[in-house]
Write a protein that binds this ligand. Structure first.
Ligand SMILES: Cc1cc2nc3c(=O)[nH]c(=O)nc-3n(C[C@H](O)[C@H](O)[C@H](O)COP(=O)(O)O)c2cc1C
Length: 398
């Protein structure tokens, strides 16, 4: 019987061939061979992104786990994001020279080693104090674009791990002057783009949180250790159900941002061709097809099924990105085949952070990018330009 350790070793040997997982040479290592990073045995134990979730779940409070893992209401879309990806099958090509595999892409004028970004996720303090700073360092170490969620600002983040590539995320400001000063602050602080989340006018109905009497204040403080303080939530989730975030935000908000700074504006949370076209008409520089990880309106389309219509509407004008349920290199292949320029991951890197801190974030990115490289090699696609729609078999309305 093959032991878990042997499987792990085989996997590492496999991934050691990837240019993405190599580090500096250590004692006894040979030039010309790419070695996986030297992480502890514990960090190397999860062999895929799913297993990072299990590792994280063992370490964090149930309220924190449910907050991160959960979706809205019946979680129909949460399941559908994964199911829709799994319904698509690949049509690999053979006898193609894949001795060199290049997963790099250019996005908004910047070269990226691979088409993976870290999505904005609020509430990292639920899993580790100072979670945004630590996650940003993990992103910097892997040269991944980090989309800093609304409450946090990269200015405050430690840059010792290298200069982070980052986009500032916002759910909007209600007045023109506030929007303009937000745009200027983003520009002055050195971010590369502003990412506007447009699917969040109200706090959604997340029943795991309601059941747990989750207090949204814990997103800043972490879950209190003692039962008594948890019994007296300051803002019970039940009340949060109808809590407005920014319900009067319209497309003119994008006009305000565009008029106040020269940063690219990325619109996150688009699921229809109509809204994609409007976003571009108002100056959007990129679109993220997203259903907020199925955390806002339940029963909306899984993102991989919304992607083709958005690409058809605006893909020739601006880059279209996608997130929601991406857990495997093959998921990325499918998104790229259907016209995405890049993908974002949310929960997986938060699980990495929860399980192992900064190196957990790094390992998640490295595993996923290594899987992508391997999948490209096995599919006969030596570079991103060679990935097109012929790689996927049309299924269920695609
Ligand atoms: C814990 C958590 C917090 C999130 N917070 C935000 C946020 O503040 N702003 C936002 O635009 N999206 C937020 N999202 C959605 C993510 O940006 C992203 O769209 C989603 O997680 C992608 O799906 P995935 O988790 O299946 O990869 C959050 C997601 C999670 C899991």
């Amino acid at each position: 019987m093959t032991s878990r350790r042997m499987v792990l070793r085989q996997l590492l040997a496999l991934f050691a061939g990837s240019p993405l997982v190599g580090t500096r040479l250590g004692a006894g290592q040979e030039a010309g061979t790419v070695y996986p990073p030297a992480y502890s045995e514990e960090v190397m134990r999860p062999v895929n992104l799913h297993e990072f979730e299990q590792a994280a779940q063992k370490k964090i409070h149930k309220l924190a786990y449910d907050f991160i893992a959960g979706g809205a209401e019946d979680e129909v879309t949460l399941r559908a994001n994964r199911e829709a990806l799994n319904r698509i099958f690949l049509r690999p090509r053979v006898m193609v020279d894949v001795s060199k595999i290049d997963p790099s892409v250019e996005l908004l004028g910047k070269r990226m080693d691979f088409p993976i970004l870290l999505a904005p996720t609020g509430g990292k303090n639920l899993v580790i104090p100072d979670g945004d700073r630590i996650a940003a360092q993990g992103a910097a170490a892997t040269k991944t674009i980090y989309v800093v969620s609304g409450g946090a600002w990269i200015e405050k983040l430690d840059r010792t791990g290298g200069p982070p590539l980052w986009w500032q995320n916002t759910t909007g400001q209600s007045s023109r002057s506030a929007a303009e000063s937000y745009a200027r602050r983003s520009e002055d602080s050195g971010c590369a783009a502003i990412c506007v989340t447009v699917d969040n006018p109200y706090q959604s109905n997340r029943e795991r949180n309601n059941r747990n009497r989750f207090d949204y204040g814990y997103m800043q403080t972490g879950v209190p250790g003692d039962e008594v303080s948890r019994q007296k939530p300051r803002s019970p989730a039940v009340a949060a159900m109808l809590q407005p975030h920014n319900p009067n935000m319209t497309w003119r908000y994008v006009d305000w941002l565009k008029g106040a700074c020269s940063l690219p504006v990325v619109i996150k949370g688009i699921l229809t061709a109509e809204d994609a076209s409007l976003a571009v008409a108002h100056g959007a520089d990129a679109i993220v097809v997203s259903n907020h990880g199925a955390r806002q309106l339940d029963t909306v389309l899984p993102t991989i099924e919304a992607l083709p219509e958005v690409v058809a509407a605006v893909g020739a004008k601006v880059p279209v990105l996608m997130d929601g349920g991406i857990r495997r290199g093959t998921d990325i292949l499918k998104a790229l085949a259907l016209g995405a320029k890049a993908i974002l991951i949310g929960r997986p890197y938060v699980w990495g952070l929860a399980a192992f801190g900064q190196v957990g974030v790094q390992r998640v990115v490295e595993l996923l990018s290594a899987e992508l490289v391997l999948s490209m090699g096995l599919a006969g696609k030596p570079n991103v330009a060679s990935i097109d729609r012929s790689l996927v078999r049309p299924a269920g309305g695609l």
